[in-house]
Design a protein around this ligand. Sequence first.
Ligand SMILES: Nc1ncnc2c1ncn2[C@@H]1O[C@H](COP(=O)(O)OP(=O)(O)O)[C@@H](O)[C@H]1O
Ligand SMILES: [Mg+2]
Length: 232
Amino acid sequence: MLKVKNLKKVYQEHSLLAIKDLSFTVHDSEIVMIIGPSGCGKSTLLNIISNNDNNYLGEVIFDKSKIGYVFQEDRLLPWKTVEENVRLVNMEGEREAALKILDAVDILPFKDYLPKNLSGGMRQRCSIARALYYGSDLLLLDEPFKSLDHLLRNEMLKLIAKINQDTNISILYVTHDIDEALLLADRIFVLSKRPSIIADDFRIIEHPMKRNLESPKFVDLKNRIINTLERP
Ligand SMILES: Nc1ncnc2c1ncn2[C@@H]1O[C@H](COP(=O)(O)OP(=O)(O)O)[C@@H](O)[C@H]1O
Ligand SMILES: [Mg+2]
């Protein structure tokens, strides 16, 4: 379980209040999606949770040890192969386990490729494999599929849903894309413009990726989220 309590973040050097007051919990094996406008502090939030930024007020409590991070850009080492990039994060791990994960995310046939010879989707699969091989209990995703086309993005969302189901890893996923959130989330938090607070939250019970976004319920939900995002 991850608990964020009265989190506040000021970028002191610019006297910029990025996050005003955020409190929320991500339960074990839950998929929480955070939607917010550009610049509202989503990446700032994930940097704090992942311990890359310790300069904040409030509390961040995570009762398990391992947090994996999948960024918008893949951050793979260009001179290492897919397999090497994945195994790098867990040098004592067994090769068999790494290959199994590469198979699960559907890039096993490309294990000896360098990142530059992979498509964007395959590179993101590789970053996801890396986070899984690291043994993450919580996966943080920062607009990970922004640069992918629509079909590929849906494939990747399905992959995230499958990982969550097969492994019980909790997922905290930030995006500015409402459809992504509607397709995947157990819970959605809608952030206000900067300085951010949670302006609204929703719980969705339908099975992820089996939702019809054209149905009245989801059209209504989407409109409510748009209204919240557009609030001054
Ligand atoms: N290192 C930094 N120093 C100063 N300001 C920053 C820094 N990183 C981000 N910001 C500012 O904080 C706000 C939130 O940024 P960010 O968390 O990247 O937003 P998002 O990911 O939601 O688009 C923005 O106004 C951004 O310009
Ligand atoms: Mg960002």
